[in-house]
Design a protein around this ligand. Structure first.
Ligand code: HEC
Length: 176
């Protein structure tokens, strides 16, 4: 009886220690997880806010404060099929500009968007995050690495004709 209760005590002690160890492991893991998540949220907020500043300086003249566009001269950047279908090309469009006929929300646009050769990849990443998370768009975070990857696959100049739409299904997924 005595030995038995001794044994069960040690056993319980052992089990407890196991739980404590597992608990410590889990809680440090979840701390790490939340720290990472918090960092991602901070990055996202920072990209979006810097992107907005860049947008006001470089894009707003044509695309409007609310992404509404400029009559038939510049298309809207609001939540459209085009923005979603061309998510992987937005970085290239920003860098190299764009020409050729496109249809957005049942309107045909055929003007020329200028290139922005002076924008650095980080600027493009921030602009990219801003425009695809403003004006009703909700594409979420788009990392600097994804933008670098997209920029390496730009065809130059960015002409978008019917053959290109929807484009680039074969584009490799960003390596992450
Ligand atoms: C001088 C006017 C002008 C400026 C400045 C300009 N764009 Fe454009 N943008 C256009 C035009 C015009 C098109 C459509 C070109 C076509 O018809 O092929 C376009 C197309 C686009 C498209 C793809 C079509 C769409 O509506 O989704 C995106 C995205 C875009 N621009 C983003 C930007 C961003 C970001 C900036 C700032 C870095 C910018 N543009 C600056 C005129 C402009």
């Amino acid at each position: 009886m005595n030995t038995n209760s001794k044994r069960s005590k040690t056993c319980i002690g052992h089990v407890r220690r196991k739980y404590i160890l597992a608990g410590t492991f889990l809680s440090s893991f979840s701390l790490l997880f939340y720290a990472c998540q918090e960092q991602q949220q901070l990055d996202f907020a920072q990209y979006k806010s810097n992107g907005k500043d860049l947008y006001v300086v470089h894009c707003q003249n044509c695309h409007g404060e609310k992404g509404e566009g400029l009559a038939e001269l510049a298309p809207p950047l609001t939540d459209t099929l085009f923005m979603k279908a061309n998510a992987a090309r937005l970085a290239c469009i920003i860098k190299n500009g764009m020409s050729g006929e496109i249809e957005i929300n049942n309107t045909i646009y055929n003007e020329k968007m200028p290139a922005f050769p002076d924008l650095m990849p980080i600027d493009i990443a921030q602009l990219r995050v801003y425009i695809s998370n403003a004006f009703g768009n909700q594409q979420g975070m788009y990392t600097y690495e994804q933008v670098i990857n997209d920029l390496a696959n730009c065809s130059d100049p960015q002409t978008m004709n019917d053959n290109d739409y929807p484009p680039h299904q074969s584009q490799p997924a960003p390596s992450r």
